[in-house]
Design a protein around this ligand. Structure first.
Ligand code: GDP
Length: 223
């Protein structure tokens, strides 16, 4: 059986998982899609942002967490894939879907626009509790993740790795990938040491990730 978090001691208990379930069972609505800094909504709720390379499985993971495919669909609508999408859950959490990056074929202008918008969002967003950095379990960190890692470190935003598509790797490979990732992340001051392992396909790790998000949403704002 695939463990949900590394190190295993960090796994949430049943009560934490129940809190996570309740949070994501709350009514949810789409708040805003921002393509410019001016369109970013006011910081009213604890925020958790999801980010990753295009095709990493972000929509599928959001879908699995929330059970609301409508949300993932919003972020996949042509014209909305390049914006920051904000979704509110039960007046307790703002889930922020940052646009995917790493298209080899993306024009330089587009990459610069993406980098600029993300930088402006990350800078001084007092309500942002954590950025969840999605990484494909088959590959871990790639060179295309480097600019984002740099941005997160520069903005001193706490970020945490979430491996996606864990159903596509066997346990031995996953163990190796997680150990290598933990070693790389240890070099980044803003990286949280706990790594989540998920599969939107099998549902593995979803309850634990919901619990972690609920825990962050409930914690007092310190930043
Ligand atoms: P996004 O571009 O990051 O939003 O990625 P998507 O959620 O659209 O997923 C990209 C591709 O990966 C799709 O073909 C999905 O079916 C597939 N995928 C996503 N999550 C999983 C998973 O947990 N397991 C497997 N096997 N495939 C997945």
């Amino acid at each position: 059986m695939l463990g949900a978090v590394y190190p295993a001691e960090a796994a949430p208990d049943a009560e934490a998982e129940e809190q996570g379930r309740l949070l994501f069972a709350a009514p949810c609505h789409f708040v805003a899609g921002a393509t410019t800094e001016a369109a970013i909504p006011p910081a009213t709720l604890p925020e958790i942002a999801f980010v990753g390379r295009s095709n990493v499985g972000k929509s599928s993971l959001v879908n699995a967490l929330t059970g609301q495919s409508a949300l993932a669909r919003v972020s996949k609508t042509p014209g909305r894939t390049r914006q920051i999408n904000f979704f509110e859950f039960g007046e307790r959490l703002m889930l922020v879907d940052l646009p995917g990056y790493g298209y080899a074929a993306a024009p330089k202008r587009e990459i610069a626009r993406w980098t600029g918008l993300i930088a402006r969002y990350l800078k001084g967003r007092a309500s942002l509790r954590r950025v969840l950095l999605l990484l494909d379990a088959r590959f871990g960190l790639k060179d295309t993740d480097t600019p984002l890692l740099k941005q997160l470190n520069e903005a001193a935003v706490s970020f945490q790795a979430v491996l996606t598509k864990c159903d596509l790797v066997d346990e031995a490979e996953l163990d190796k990938r997680v150990a290598a990732l933990a070693a790389s992340l240890a070099k980044h001051g803003a990286a949280h040491p706990v790594i989540h392992m998920t599969s939107a396909q099998s549902g593995a790790g979803i309850a634990a990730l919901r619990a972690a998000v609920a825990d962050l949403a409930a914690a007092k704002l310190t930043r």
